[in-house]
Design a protein around this ligand. Structure first.
Ligand SMILES: CC(C)(COP(=O)(O)OP(=O)(O)OC[C@H]1O[C@@H](n2cnc3c(N)ncnc32)[C@H](O)[C@@H]1OP(=O)(O)O)[C@@H](O)C(=O)NCCC(=O)NCCS
Length: 230
């Protein structure tokens, strides 16, 4: 399992635990200004209220939850939805081979032409894979137009519980660790859930464009990664 240094969500969750256990938060932990503390504290209340649980793990794919992951993909297929992020389309019958392929993708090995190195992460809630994210380590012109740095998808049966907001927030941390100063997110204008998740993570709308191949307006959002806590 990956261990990341404290992120804004870790702080939110630690505050959630404090809220749930009615322990008052410290006045200036993490050296945050008072206004930021208040913001974080309020965000924690939202996270706590939305998730109702803090048994959430952000980790790299592993064989221990192969069946849960396969069930997530089956839900997308059963719902007739596009496989987002695109790595959901990688065959996972042979899970060892699947994991080796993801690891190679993260090292930039064996990629199809035009693809950049990318890493995949899971969000696990109570032992089930509820969401998957994919971090593109760099951008191409094609990704700048559509695709961006990060894609994510939430298991259909686990939606509207805040998991998109959480997995996006958590994926910003490895992005920051890779030296990205900002993350580009793209999203259909009509995808309200995704737009809200981006906004919750500090996204600023930078442009929007009608993409004829998709027949819809795609928005581009920027998330500043230069500070650890927004
Ligand atoms: C879009 C998607 C990721 C949202 O996942 P989610 O876990 O349901 O999102 P969240 O629970 O974090 O919701 C964030 C906010 O959007 C709202 N929301 C989520 N889905 C919504 C919907 N279909 N309609 C209206 N609001 C929605 C939530 O209520 C929440 O509202 P809040 O601002 O009051 O907190 C999920 O529907 C999905 O996987 N879709 C298919 C793949 C996809 O579109 N990925 C994104 C590509 S850009």
């Amino acid at each position: 399992m990956l261990r990341f240094r404290s992120s804004s969500l870790d702080i939110q969750l630690s505050y959630s635990i404090r809220l749930l256990s009615r322990v008052p938060p410290p006045r200036s932990s993490a050296g945050l200004p008072v206004r930021a503390l208040i913001t974080v504290h309020m965000a924690a209340a939202v996270v706590a209220a939305t998730l109702g649980s803090v048994a959430i793990v952000f980790e790299e794919p592993h064989v221990g939850l192969a069946d849960s992951y396969r069930a997530l993909v089956r839900e997308f297929v059963g719902a007739g939805e596009p496989l987002v992020p695109f790595v959901l389309a990688i065959p996972a019958d042979d899970f060892g081979e699947f994991l080796r392929r993801l690891a190679a993708c993260a090292r930039g090995e064996g990629l199809p032409p035009g693809f950049v190195p990318h890493s995949t992460y899971w969000l696990v809630n109570d032992g089930e894979v509820v969401a998957v994210s994919n971090l593109r380590h760099e951008l191409t012109d094609a990704l700048r137009r559509e695709g961006g740095n990060i894609g994510y998808g939430v298991r259909p049966s686990a939606r509207r519980r805040g998991f998109a907001t959480v997995i996006l927030g958590r994926t910003l941390e490895p992005a920051r660790q890779r030296g990205l100063g900002e993350a580009l997110l793209t999203c259909a204008k009509t995808n309200v859930g995704s737009v809200r998740a981006i906004q919750h993570n500090g996204g600023e709308l930078t442009s929007e464009e009608f993409i004829p191949e998709r027949g819809e307006v795609v928005q581009r959002w920027r998330i500043d990664l230069s500070s650890g806590v927004r």
